[in-house]
Design a protein around this ligand. Structure first.
Ligand code: PMP
Length: 401
């Protein structure tokens, strides 16, 4: 029966990691994968997560029973509060709800699935060019026609704001727009607050639906409120919207799959009905969400002291990344590498979109054992005080030749 099944291509990122692992060169560098590493290139377990784990193990009231279909209310409420803010009018008015999902990917998928069933204004979904590779797969899988809106301007190595606005004006009314509220993946380029206001204005006029995908809150700038600014502004403007949240990066809980989908509706009644449909969808997809990661997040977000400590852990991660941006740019400037490198420090979050071409990426891999995605994206988490000089020297060589 499976004679006709074609071979699927390997996932580009995971394939890159396996090539890196198989490489025996001592100078090898993995700047492909989007997971935080310490300066010693070790995975990082946040100290506050360790503390929460101890609390969890010693809590004799806990067991391994199923969780509620939409997750523990204490968790989803805390996640919703985190993204919308303590003083959110929408929360106070009872127009919000949260659904625990399989990390950010699950939030995107469940949100997309719901929209495909219940959102009748448009069957078009717009994603940024470029974007996280999974956006296209997720939205087309559930049946949307996926289009792209311009985002990256290769000339300025910044945002193509005019192109983006044009796309908002030309998209069929009611279309869905997937937006990265902070630390855009893969470019590291975010709209300014003024630009977000311009985006919101046209989206309101054209009745476009904002679908925020927030995978880096607090990880981007080290400031949880700043990274949530765009979402909160849209909520204040009266939009109905969805926000996907991932606790993979900001809690380092990659494999535990702790995520949340926040729903903001017009009225408490509408939100309640939407939530009931999410419960129904979730039942047939995963029955109940996983408990371990979400319990850790629940403990930290609901304890004043642990929450304060989490913010410190976030600062350590975001500062290390920012330091590496400065170090890499500093070396390139010192080497007088042709081109301008300001974008490395202007960009934010885990990634830097270097502008390196696929041919140059290939030489970096084959000659220098440096592994990165073909689009020239560097994960700054793979850069350390020990490898940054070698990385800069190698980039200098491929740019000159
Ligand atoms: N959205 C974006 C833009 C991302 O970069 C990521 C992580 N790479 C995710 C969603 C979701 O990741 P996860 O499912 O691991 O939370």
């Amino acid at each position: 029966v499976f004679q006709e099944v074609p071979q699927a291509p390997p996932d580009a990122i995971f394939h890159l990691t396996s090539s890196y692992k198989a490489d025996t060169n001592p100078n090898k560098i993995n700047i492909g994968v989007g997971a935080f590493r310490t300066d010693e290139m070790k995975p990082y377990i946040l100290p506050v997560v360790r503390k929460a784990e101890t609390i969890l193990y010693n809590d004799e009231t806990l067991d391994h029973e199923y969780q509620p279909i939409a997750g523990q209310p204490s968790y989803t409420r805390a996640a919703t509060r985190l993204i919308l803010g303590e003083d959110s009018a929408a929360i106070k008015e009872g127009r919000t709800a949260g659904v625990q999902t399989i990390s950010g990917t699950g939030a995107n998928h469940t949100g997309a699935l719901f929209l495909h069933q219940f959102y009748k204004k448009s069957n078009k979904c717009y994603i940024s060019n470029p974007t996280w590779a999974n956006h296209r797969s997720i939205f087309s899988l559930v049946g949307f026609e996926v289009e792209e809106y311009p985002y990256w301007n290769p000339q300025t190595r910044g945002l193509d704001y005019e192109g983006l606005l044009q796309s908002l004006r030309e998209a069929p009314a009611g279309s869905i727009f997937v937006l990265h509220p902070c630390a855009h993946n893969p470019t590291g380029v975010d709209p300014t607050q003024e630009q977000w206001k311009g985006i919101a204005k046209i989206m309101q006029e054209r009745e476009l639906f904002p679908f925020f995908d927030c995978a880096y809150q607090g990880f981007a700038s080290g400031d949880l409120d700043k990274d949530a600014w765009a979402v909160r502004y849209f909520v204040d403007q009266g939009f109905e919207l969805f926000v996907c949240q991932s606790f993979a990066k900001n809690f380092g809980l990659y494999g535990e799959r702790a995520g949340n989908l926040t729903i903001v509706g017009k009225t408490p009644e509408a939100t309640k009905r939407v939530f009931s449909q999410f419960e129904k969808l979730q039942r047939s997809e995963i029955s109940n969400p996983p408990a371990f990661g979400s319990r850790i997040v629940d403990i930290v977000l609901n304890d004043k002291d642990l929450y304060a400590e989490w913010k410190e852990n976030l600062k350590y991660m975001s500062h290390r990344i920012i330091e590496m941006r400065h170090a890499l740019k500093g070396h390139l400037v010192e080497l007088k590498t042709p081109g301008t490198w300001d974008h490395i420090t202007n960009q934010i979050g885990m990634f830097s979109f270097t502008g390196l071409k696929p041919g140059q990426v290939k030489v970096l891999k084959e000659k220098y054992h440096i592994y990165m995605t073909n689009n020239g994206r560097i994960s700054m988490a793979g850069v350390s005080t020990k490898n940054v000089a070698y990385l800069a020297k190698s980039i200098d060589d491929v740019v000159r030749n």
